[in-house]
Write a protein that binds this ligand. Structure first.
Ligand code: BG6
Length: 484
């Protein structure tokens, strides 16, 4: 099976914040890999725009260094790299002033796809959107790409949406949640809606509960100032985990179109019940053998911000009534492991004498590492000794299943940027979705702030605080092991 590279139209991609961390780590190395894969058409151009007084050569050098450091793909492709660097240009720009806008205007071509990536602080979104218009750079076909954090509550998200909507139609706005660009996340939809096997069982008649785990080993890694104002709820749950929950729980859309998919996701978010305070466990990591504790990392000795959160959620609709969705995410945990596990109900009655174990089918969809899925099934233990049953996984690791060396699993950013150029919004969050997610999140955060909730301490390198284990234990269930 050869991997298919679908060509895109020539484009001008302007990256505001083009010298920043995200641009150097993710966006430009990702674009270079697309270039190597032959997906960047002749005539495609990338224009960095930022405060630094660099010229074109200086920017090319900066990006060459960044690709050397973060590139990953085909290190020895000097010829490819120098051709890729030729597509780069740069202009210093003052997002809030006048400097640089004339130059940018002369660089951007009106007759190709135009995409403007706002890789800057959200407080600048409105200024940049306004200047793209007042300088006649953007037109009704231009696309803008914005990153999280998209607000820190409903009110600020609404204000951000408005600052963009004043200048751009919703069909032009691409809000990135990089989890939607992950291979397995899209596979979730393929598994659910491309097989006859699972969908009939995908409801409260057959599903006992669902677990969504996103465990990281990293701490706050120099992002303490941002993270301490956010915490795991704003940083991970409101966006990434919410998106996973939507994809696993949504009704089948009529077709795989941007609005059809997003309409269904929105219905899930709106059907989410407010989580009871005793169904939320917040945690903060303590110092471990590999480093300091959260408060040191965040440089806030009195911080009550959570670096871990677990919760039990319910979706109030016909399909999911009564089925708990357990969510957890945390930093400095024992392994980097993210998965969604659909735990089916017990068999109810066993015909096999002496078989007292609770057998249940579990479909585990692994996001990372080792993308793939396994389905736990019950079989007879081989050999003599009667009908002894064992649970074994039917394992499918995507890289092995499709492993012919030609199926590259491209990075989430590469895929999403190419979708922007193609004009496909399916894997981007719509404004009303983001607002609905904040409308659900706000009361939970307000609640624990009003209660002066103190997060539970957990050991770095562990599975999180004891109380998180109890959250399931009380319901007669248990978390799946976090395995890297
Ligand atoms: C980001 C969060 O959105 O996602 C980070 O801000 C987090 O705190 C990261 O580490 C996790 O992404 P991934 O792709 O490594 O799972």
């Amino acid at each position: 099976m050869a991997s298919r590279v679908i060509p895109v139209d020539p484009f001008d991609l302007v990256i505001f914040g083009g010298t920043g961390d995200l641009a150097r780590r993710k966006i430009l190395p990702g674009l270079f890999r697309r270039f190597q894969a032959g997906q960047m058409p002749d005539g495609a151009r990338i224009i960095g725009a930022a405060r630094s007084e660099l010229d074109r050569a200086g920017y090319q050098q900066m990006i060459e260094d960044a690709i050397g450091e973060f590139g990953g793909a085909e290190k020895n492709d000097a010829e490819g790299l120098s051709k890729f660097l030729e597509t780069l240009d740069y202009t210093p720009i003052d997002a809030k002033g006048t400097a640089g806008w004339d130059t940018l205007s002369s660089m951007v071509r009106p007759d190709v796809v135009q995409a403007f990536y706002f890789s800057v602080a959200p407080s600048l979104f409105g200024d940049i959107a306004a200047r793209l218009h007042s300088n006649n750079i953007a037109n009704s076909k231009s696309r803008i790409v914005v990153e999280k954090p998209f607000g820190r509550d409903l009110e600020s998200a609404k204000a951000l949406n408005k600052s963009l909507a004043d200048h751009f139609d919703e069909s032009q706005v691409y809000r990135i949640d990089h989890y939607l660009g992950k291979e397995t996340v899209q596979n979730l939809m393929a598994v659910r809606f491309g097989n006859v096997l699972f969908e009939p069982l995908w409801n409260n008649h057959y599903v006992d509960h669902i677990q969504i785990t996103v465990a990281e080993t990293v701490g706050v890694e120099g992002r303490g100032a941002y993270y301490d104002r956010s915490g795991a709820m704003r940083d991970m749950v409101q966006n990434h985990l919410m998106q996973l929950l939507c994809l696993i729980a949504m009704e089948p859309p009529g077709q795989f179109g941007a609005d059809e998919v997003r309409d269904e996701k929105l219905k899930v978010i709106r059907a989410l019940q407010t989580v009871e305070p005793h169904h939320i466990v917040r945690g903060q990591y303590d110092a471990g053998p590999d480093g300091g504790g959260y408060r040191e990392d965040a440089e806030n000795p009195k911080s009550f911000t959570e670096s871990f959160i677990a919760m039990k959620c319910h979706i109030n609709n016909w399909r999911w009534a009564g089925v708990p969705f357990y969510l957890r995410t945390g930093k400095r945990m024992k392994a980097r492991a993210s998965e969604i596990a659909v735990v089916f109900k017990d068999l109810g009655h066993s015909i096999f004498e002496g078989d007292e174990k609770r057998h249940r089918n579990i479909l585990a969809i692994r996001l990372q590492p080792n993308e793939g899925m396994d389905l736990q099934v019950t079989i007879k233990e081989p050999g003599p000794g009667g009908m002894r049953l064992v649970d074994v996984p039917l394992d499918m690791t995507f890289a092995e299943a499709l492993g012919d060396g030609e199926h590259d699993v491209s990075d989430a950013y590469e895929r999403l940027i190419m979708d922007v150029i193609r004009g496909n919004q399916t894997l981007f969050m719509r404004g009303d979705e983001v607002e609905a997610a904040w409308a659900w999140t706000d009361p939970l955060i307000n609640g624990w702030e009003a209660r002066n909730d103190v997060p539970k301490v957990y050991d770095a390198g562990s599975s999180g605080p004891e109380d998180a284990l109890m959250l399931l234990h009380r319901d007669g269930r248990k978390w799946r092991e976090i395995k890297g």
